[in-house]
Design a protein around this ligand. Structure first.
Ligand code: AHG
Ligand code: MN
Ligand code: MN
Length: 339
């Protein structure tokens, strides 16, 4: 069976001009993912035994998993030398590496180190999301925020790790999507899901329906559409909502389905962050043959202005997202101006 490292190296050979820097960067990310995976597995056990307190044996403050994960990804990228700056959910400001580290790096990374943090304590799948861009400023100088404020279409690679019943890393470099399952007995990721394709349609819709009264009319009507009886289109659909974007999208990727996190009139852009949640997931899903938009515009075409800006997200099977967009256009056209 092919390992992730072999797979990444094989891909590099396919690009004659490749310098190996990108390969190194990707490998650094996967090493950090392994460390985070180990900690997640231990945290779960400790939780069950009631031993996961706020202090450790040395009497130090126990780090929260999202801080721990954040530090590990930052350190891996900092010492690797290929990444000049990181936008992370856990850091208000862009993390810009100085001369001693990766200032020469030609790439920048946006990441959500732990996605679905509220699920950690109840042993529900959580994830990590990352995206890689080529920087715009010259190598050797300090990176700037503008290096991160690039449209999703310019992304070089994106991936997620799902820490579920098994740990799976899924990534794309814009040439299809591949998934790798972690075998803890040998400490390696193996290619388990080659050339992933999301079904064009499905019968799962994932949305936090508790917010129904705040939803735009287009989303309300689409939900009612999902609940109608119609044999030809397999309706009524099923609801599945984990509350971890990575896990909800991963399931829909394999089974077919749509995930929606809409905005509302007070907060038109919703909750999810464009740079390190919506855009990387959109790139992966588009590469797998699916569709992702804010209800009107493809996520990958949105021009970012802030590293932490939010966007409504409609993502999943092509036909289902197209249908939801129809409802948005027909009943909530005015929302487009709020975005
Ligand atoms: P994070 O843990 O990185 O802050 O992300 C949580 C996100 C996302 O994973 C999930 O889809 C969404 O929040 C769930 O939000 P609701 O609880 O509002 O449904
Ligand atoms: Mn998240
Ligand atoms: Mn997070």
């Amino acid at each position: 069976m092919k390992t992730l490292v072999e797979f990444i190296n094989d891909k590099q050979v396919e690009y004659p001009g490749a310098t190996g820097e990108f390969t190194r960067l990707l490998n650094d990310i996967t090493i950090a993912a392994k460390i985070v995976n180990r900690e997640i597995r231990i945290a779960g056990l400790a939780d069950i035994n009631g031993m996961f307190g706020s202090t450790n044996i040395q009497g130090e403050e126990q780090q929260k998993l999202d801080v721990f994960a954040n530090n590990h990804f930052i350190n891996a990228l900092k010492h690797g030398g290929q990444c000049a700056a990181i936008a992370s959910e856990e850091n208000e400001d862009l993390i810009i590496f100085g001369n001693a580290y990766s200032q020469k790096g030609k790439y920048v990374v946006a990441m959500d180190p732990v996605d679905g943090s509220s699920n950690i304590e109840v042993n529900v799948p959580i994830g990590t999301i990352f995206s890689i861009y080529r920087r715009l400023t010259p190598e050797g100088t300090s990176a700037t925020v503008d290096d991160l404020l690039q449209r999703g279409r310019r992304m070089v690679a994106a991936g997620y790790v799902i820490y579920g019943s098994s740990t799976i890393l899924v990534y794309t470099t814009g040439n299809g999507v591949n998934g790798f399952t972690y075998d803890p007995s040998v400490g390696l990721f193996f290619l388990s899901h080659p050339d992933m394709r999301i079904p064009d349609t499905g019968n799962i819709y994932s949305i936090n329906e508790a917010n129904y009264i705040y939803f735009p009319d287009g989303v309300k009507k689409y939900i009612k559409y999902c609940q109608e009886d119609d044999k030809a289109t397999n309706r009524p659909y099923n609801t599945r909502y984990i509350g971890s974007l990575v896990a909800d999208v991963h399931r829909n990727m394999l089974r077919g389905g749509i995930f929606i996190y809409p905005g509302n009139r007070k907060n038109p852009t919703g909750k999810l962050r464009l740079l390190y949640e919506c855009a990387p997931m959109a790139f992966i899903i588009e590469q797998a043959g699916g569709k992702a938009s804010n209800g009107f515009t493809p996520i990958l075409d949105i021009e970012p202005y802030d590293i932490h800006q939010r966007a409504p997200l409609f993502i999943g099977s092509k036909q289902m997202v197209a249908k939801a967009e129809e409802f948005m256009k027909e009943y909530s056209g005015d929302f487009k101006d709020l975005l």
